[in-house]
Design a protein around this ligand. Structure first.
Ligand SMILES: *[C@@H]1O[C@H](CO)[C@@H](O)[C@H](O)[C@H]1NC(C)=O
Ligand SMILES: *[C@@H]1O[C@H](CO)[C@@H](O)[C@H](O)[C@H]1NC(C)=O
Ligand SMILES: *[C@@H]1O[C@H](CO)[C@@H](O)[C@H](O)[C@H]1NC(C)=O
Ligand SMILES: *[C@@H]1O[C@H](CO)[C@@H](O)[C@H](O)[C@H]1NC(C)=O
Ligand SMILES: *[C@@H]1O[C@H](CO)[C@@H](O)[C@H](O)[C@H]1NC(C)=O
Ligand SMILES: *[C@@H]1O[C@H](CO)[C@@H](O)[C@H](O)[C@H]1NC(C)=O
Ligand SMILES: *[C@@H]1O[C@H](CO)[C@@H](O)[C@H](O)[C@H]1NC(C)=O
Ligand SMILES: *[C@@H]1O[C@H](CO)[C@@H](O)[C@H](O)[C@H]1NC(C)=O
Ligand SMILES: *[C@@H]1O[C@H](CO)[C@@H](O)[C@H](O)[C@H]1NC(C)=O
Ligand SMILES: *[C@@H]1O[C@H](CO)[C@@H](O)[C@H](O)[C@H]1NC(C)=O
Ligand SMILES: *[C@@H]1O[C@H](CO)[C@@H](O)[C@H](O)[C@H]1NC(C)=O
Length: 560
């Protein structure tokens, strides 16, 4: 035994040059600057009323979303994947609108779908208007001392606002001259919300500048902050990025949210085609299918008397908290249990939650899918795959993807893919399309959602140890526009939520896994490695998850 272990280790060393840590690669989505704007994402929503009418009036402050840009300054060095950054100025503004700041985007992404808001004061109160020109500018950074271009240098300016106003963006120029004062507007303080840094756009930790997106600090269904689409910078010597603000939907106007007809049209236009892995053993089902197949409701202290569940979860306890007083479990009979675990694609339904986001200037459509069973995990230990017997299993698996749609123009901005305890946003222009449908992949057994096929390793990519998430195309798929149910849209006031949604306890019992047994092999190979740190928490004892409504992300922003 010891000898064979030694042999194996020697073999590992020999082929260590071969060991390639496969991870989620964005490379084939990269576009050269000349290809910007070539993608045409299909939209077929029904306009009308205030939704997608082109502008949003927050009361004295009218906003529109601009996606046409003039390039001001670029460099091909630094930033994500060392592709550099381009700074733009919004162009073709409608009459009376002004910019609130410049737009910045990393060059490893196509520009199509990029946007920034422009604003107009429609109050006619010149003494105390909602917008005012800055009184001056301060130069916060220039590229002069950085060797990142052979063309003109770039300059970033912070507008100095008049009293009672603040800037919500920075202005970029390609000359040393201060921008004209009428270039940009500052916003009256009562219409501002605090902002924080968003995704990384350019610069390095050790460089002179880091550029981030800017988003409202508080985000969620009821949060008032409006994302402007501007950016924020952190310059050398400063601990934190410059203070900048977002806009505020003060009176929480919901008039620009889609109505029921428009939601149907949006779902038809934008819902994904979901591919399951060719080896998938555990498909989704409807919740009613699970109930009709003998799923049981257990009560703590009364475990010997589980009861069957009525259609739509009519007899499930309502409300309360996730206190462990009740839980669901599969049927007791082994045959029935195995059947339920497999799921039932034919009955599978997507459950939609429609909600305002970013101060109700965007609509999130969260598309939830239910899987009766989450299969065991597979670990990858460098070149070796270890198929666990039990580890990673749990009963009752809720997964989702979320569409974020602009209430200005009805277009899909980006899509969130939930991947275990977090997820990723992918801009519409970077999605894979089949006809008019974008494609999502459900990973083998774990059912995490991915925008592309392939292997994603969850763990320590340098050591090459982690859990496998395998996604691939197959003939098992689900077109989510054909069988869906809107289960919640609080703002409409007309949707009656099904009782199963108001069940606050777990959809499966707690499983404690025998770590020592299944991990023995890996422990022997890597005695110095803390495997608890490398592998995700959930692996070591899976709680059956709570339903969609009882997750933070139900009313909060998605977790990245
Ligand atoms: C939604 O708005 C559109 C456009 O104004 C209108 O045609 C449609 O009847 C409305 N639908 C509902 C359910 O109110
Ligand atoms: C918010 O509503 C109040 C009361 O209706 C109104 O007086 C105020 O002007 C509104 N503010 C904005 C910014 O629309
Ligand atoms: C400099 O910026 C202006 C917009 O402010 C733009 O029209 C011009 O093309 C830029 N010059 C260069 C060399 O990029
Ligand atoms: C503001 O004034 C313009 C021109 O005088 C007028 O067309 C517009 O309706 C006024 N807007 C408001 C909100 O009073
Ligand atoms: C301007 O209007 C805002 C919002 O109505 C108010 O809070 C502020 O006091 C006003 N300022 C002046 C100088 O009138
Ligand atoms: C900038 O880079 C060029 C070569 O790309 C080099 O010749 C020059 O010395 C560099 N300048 C500075 C200030 O580093
Ligand atoms: C400037 O031009 C030289 C010669 O073409 C090139 O080697 C260098 O990489 C360029 N530097 C930058 C920062 O683009
Ligand atoms: C246990 O469950 C059974 C079946 O639902 C029910 O009739 C009984 O009252 C429960 N007992 C207790 C102590 O809750
Ligand atoms: C959920 O259940 C609680 C407790 O019975 C109840 O107060 C609440 O109204 C229910 N919510 C919905 C949306 O049905
Ligand atoms: C291993 O990592 C876990 C989680 O980070 C930590 O709680 C535990 O103390 C670590 N164990 C050792 C032996 O370092
Ligand atoms: C959603 O929120 C819950 C916490 O309420 C968290 O456990 C879960 O990982 C989150 N899921 C995603 C995909 O963000």
């Amino acid at each position: 035994m010891e000898f064979s272990l030694f042999l194996y280790l020697a073999l590992l060393l020999l082929c260590s040059w071969l060991i390639i840590v496969e991870s989620y690669q964005k490379d084939d989505q990269l576009m050269h600057k000349d290809e910007y704007g070539v993608k045409d994402v299909k939209t077929d929503y029904k306009k009308g009323g205030d939704f997608a009418s082109g502008s949003i009036n927050l009361g004295g402050l009218e906003l529109c979303q601009i996606s046409q840009f003039t390039e001001v300054w670029r460099t091909d060095y630094g930033g994500p994947e060392d592709f550099g950054v381009t700074f733009f100025e919004a162009s073709s503004l409608p009459d009376g609108f002004s910019i609130l700041g410049s737009y910045a985007q990393a060059n490893n992404k196509p520009l199509f779908g990029g946007w920034v808001l422009a604003a107009k004061d429609n109050q006619n109160e010149s003494s105390n208007g909602t917008l005012k020109m800055p009184v001056d500018y301060t130069l916060v950074w220039s590229s002069e001392s950085m060797n990142v271009t052979n063309d003109s240098n770039g300059y970033i300016w912070l507008p100095s606002p008049p009293d009672g106003y603040s800037a919500v963006g920075l202005v970029v120029t390609n000359s040393t001259n201060k921008p004209p004062l009428e270039k940009v507007r500052c916003v009256r303080s009562d219409l501002l919300e605090s902002g924080e840094q968003d995704e990384w756009i350019w610069g390095e930790g050790t460089g002179q500048i880091i550029v981030y997106g800017l988003r409202p600090t508080t985000r969620g269904t009821n949060a008032l902050g409006v994302q402007v689409g501007t950016f924020v910078v952190q310059v050398a010597g400063a601990d934190t990025p410059l203070p900048l603000f977002c806009l505020k939907n003060v009176n929480f106007t919901l008039a620009y949210m889609p109505n029921a007809t428009q939601i149907e049209a949006l779902v038809q236009a934008h819902s994904p085609r979901i591919y399951f892995h060719p080896d998938e053993d555990y498909l989704p089902s409807s919740v009613d299918w699970l109930f009709s197949k003998g799923a049981l409701l257990y009560q703590k202290g009364n475990e010997s008397n589980p009861i069957s569940i009525q259609p739509n979860g009519l007899n499930l306890p309502q409300g309360g908290t996730d206190d462990g007083a009740y839980w669901l479990d599969l049927p007791i009979d082994e045959g029935a249990k195995d059947e339920v675990k497999k799921g039932d694609l034919q009955s599978a339904t997507t459950y939609l939650h429609i909600k305002p986001m970013l101060g109700a200037t965007f609509t999130d459509i969260s598309i939830w899918i239910f899987y009766p069973f989450n299969g065991p995990a597979t670990a990858k230990v460098q070149l070796i795959n270890i198929h666990f017997k039990k580890l990673g299993e749990h009963i009752g698996d809720w997964e989702h993807v979320t569409l974020r749609i602009s209430n200005f123009n009805g277009e899909l901005w980006r899509v969130y893919f939930s991947e275990h305890d977090k997820g990723t946003w992918v801009n519409a222009a970077e999605l894979e399309f089949e006809g008019t449908k974008f494609v999502a992949y459900s990973s083998l057994h774990g059912h995490a959602a991915y925008p592309k096929p392939g292997l994603v390793l969850q763990g320590d990519t340098e050591l090459g140890i982690g859990l496998r998430n395998d996604a691939a195309k197959s003939n098992i798929l689900m077109d989510t526009d054909s069988n869906y149910e809107i289960v919640s849209a609080e703002y409409l006031g007309t949707i009656v939520e099904p009782p199963w949604l108001n069940f606050s306890r777990k959809w499966g019992p707690k499983i404690s896994n025998n770590i020592a047994k299944e991990f023995g092999f890996i422990h022997k190979l890597f005695p110095g490695v803390n495997l608890t740190k490398v592998f995700p928490d959930g692996l070591f004892g899976e709680d059956g998850p709570t339903g969609p409504k009882w997750k933070n992300n139900w009313s909060g922003d998605e977790v990245i």
